[in-house]
Design a protein around this ligand. Sequence first.
Ligand code: B4P
Length: 191
Amino acid sequence: MINIVLFGKPGAGKGTQADFLKGKYNLTHISTGDVFRYNIKNETELGKQAKAFMDAGDLVPDSLTIKMLQDEVEKHTGTAGFLFDGFPRTVHQAEALDAFLISKGWEVTATIALEADDEVLVQRLLERGKTSGRPDDQDEALIRNRYQEYNHKTAPLADFYKNQKKFYEVDGIGSIQEVTERLSLVIDSLN
Ligand code: B4P
């Protein structure tokens, strides 16, 4: 079983790349952002609780996010592996993921970070905001708040996975296909 965490700043291309990698490596793709947006659209209790945080560009509290992720994993226990996109985003989430996977006899195989400059990414998100309908993509102040959240809460995860010798970095600037090829080189080297 191979379990990959796709890591990176908002707009780094996690979701974009996951769409290619899931088919290529036969992995079950879990995007916590997508699951939250599905719940918001369908006005579930979880969606109602997450909406204000997401609209403000804040991270959704760990208590909601970890439970949701575990429920998603439980739906796919027969899989050849998972591609975690946007989870974990805090050290507490990473610790919970490790404990949960260990309880199943699994582990994170590798965490791959898509590296890119903030200013390039802000422009990407503003561009996406013209068509995505996502409130968190449409206001530059909200987008910049997402980077604050990233720097305070998510960036420390790099050290968490470096300490486990599971951290890999890939240049996220270039064509989508070029970035997929760089990620594939890392994944192919894991066996
Ligand atoms: P997410 O849905 O995870 O998304 P994201 O950070 O906005 O973007 P991603 O990196 O996936 O970028 P994408 O491929 O789409 O998070 C949204 C919110 O959900 C968070 O702010 C938070 O509130 C909440 N949330 C989610 N998970 C959580 C967690 N674990 N804990 C707490 N809260 C959580 O690419 C972005 C744009 O760039 C697209 O338009 C794409 O077309 C373009 N692009 C991609 N690659 C490109 C390339 N190589 N060149 C040019 N453009 C490119």
